[in-house]
Design a protein around this ligand. Structure first.
Ligand code: NAD
Ligand code: SER
Length: 332
């Protein structure tokens, strides 16, 4: 029988595409998409319900009402937005996670996916192939909440037998919904600017290298770890997950192969310090060994696919091209 799945933060960059993929896999009625920020149209179309993860009684009510047995908990404040409002980042990322864990323990949810991030690493981590097991000393509030969240998840797994599964996602590049306040957002913005204006001013230095992943791989990774046999998932903190690493300049050069007149300039802002505190690449051999992780996209194939998808939407005269899109359907 299909599991009953609840997704929080479903209107965000990951959720907008993950909900479509989950509904394709488990059936439309078996996937309840929720977010704090919902429009009336989304609610009346039945694609999204309003749920603030900071409000424990509402979380409990939703789990009971929908008889949920699996949760993808995506509601969060990302790295750059977190530095702008550290109190909010702490409250949403920590209280929100604890509410999900407590409500799940009480109401029989059997498995939770909660994404961690390369934000767990700090400046003292190895820059190349940062190991799975290494001191985690992040210098952002986002990273602090991800390290604490990993430990909290592992604690609930040990003490309450809750099956919490997590990966440390790199920066995610996607063609459907725009990113929501991260340091790696430039790697999505650059495509929109390249196609719309032929120019882009990047908020990171040209030589800034970060670990990245294309959304189709991220969605597959999240669903694969959730469907992996229990004995293969040995870590209940967060698995390093990798796909590609490139500098901002290298990404611009790859785009130039498709858009010859494209010009990128660089004007680093406060996000540069966050990027500089993270590794350039991470070692994900534990995920590959334990549950068979393998990426499909490298930088060249990701750029080709991104441009094709965004061009198609532009040609279709998509009015809301500049806005975040919810529930458009890569996987439908
Ligand atoms: P996003 O910012 O695009 O979306 C987050 C969603 O959470 C938004 O729709 C927002 O409305 C919602 N939200 C915020 N506060 C809420 C609350 N109190 N209750 C309910 N919903 C609330 O983020 P995303 O990129 O989709 O990221 C999802 C998860 O994946 C986060 O935990 C993030 O840290 C992690 N992650 C993302 C990336 C990435 O590059 N996108 C990389 C690593 C990890
Ligand atoms: N893409 C995310 C960010 O930049 C990494 O977790 O915040």
């Amino acid at each position: 029988m299909s599991p009953k799945v609840l997704v929080t933060g479903a209107a965000g960059q990951i959720g907008s595409e993950l909900v479509v993929a989950l509904r394709k896999r488990y059936g439309y009625k078996n996937v309840v998409a929720t977010d704090k920020a919902v429009t009336r149209a989304q609610v009346s179309a039945g694609v999204l319900e309003q749920l603030d993860v900071m409000h424990l009684p509402s979380v409990e009510r939703a789990i009971k009402a929908h008889k949920v047995d699996m949760i993808y908990h995506l509601a969060a404040i990302l790295s750059a937005a977190g530095e702008a409002n550290p109190d909010l980042a702490w409250d949403v990322n920590m209280d929100g996670l604890k509410n999900i864990l407590d409500a799940s323990t009480r109401h029989g949810v059997r498995r939770i996916f909660w994404p961690s991030s390369i934000g767990v690493f700090g400046p003292d981590a190895r820059k190349l192939r940062a190991p799975q097991m290494t001191p985690l000393n992040p210098t952002t509030i986002y990273g602090v909440t991800k390290v604490a969240g990993e430990l909290l998840s592992s604690y609930y797994s040990l003490k309450h037998g809750l099956d919490v599964r997590s990966v440390r996602f790199p920066g995610l590049i996607s063609s459907e919904a725009k990113p929501g306040g991260g340091t790696t957002d430039y790697a999505v913005e650059i495509f929109y600017s390249a196609l719309q204006t032929g120019r882009y001013t990047c908020f990171l230095r040209k030589d800034t290298v970060l670990p990245m992943m294309y959304m189709p791989d991220a969605l597959r990774g999240a669903m694969e770890i959730m469907e992996a046999d229990e004995e293969t998932v040995k870590l209940h903190t967060g698995y390093n997950l990798a796909a590609m690493s490139f500098s901002a300049g290298e990404l611009a050069s790859e785009i130039m192969k498709h858009i010859p007149g494209f010009k990128a300039t660089y004007s680093p802002d406060s996000r540069q310090a966050i990027a500089d505190s993270w590794p350039k690449s991470i070692d994900d051999s534990a995920a590959r060994r334990d549950w068979g992780w393998k990426e499909e996209y490298d930088m060249a194939s990701m750029v080709t696919d991104m441009l094709a998808r965004l061009r198609q939407r532009l040609r279709a005269g998509e009015k809301a091209f500049n806005h975040r899109q919810a529930f458009t359907s890569r996987a439908a």
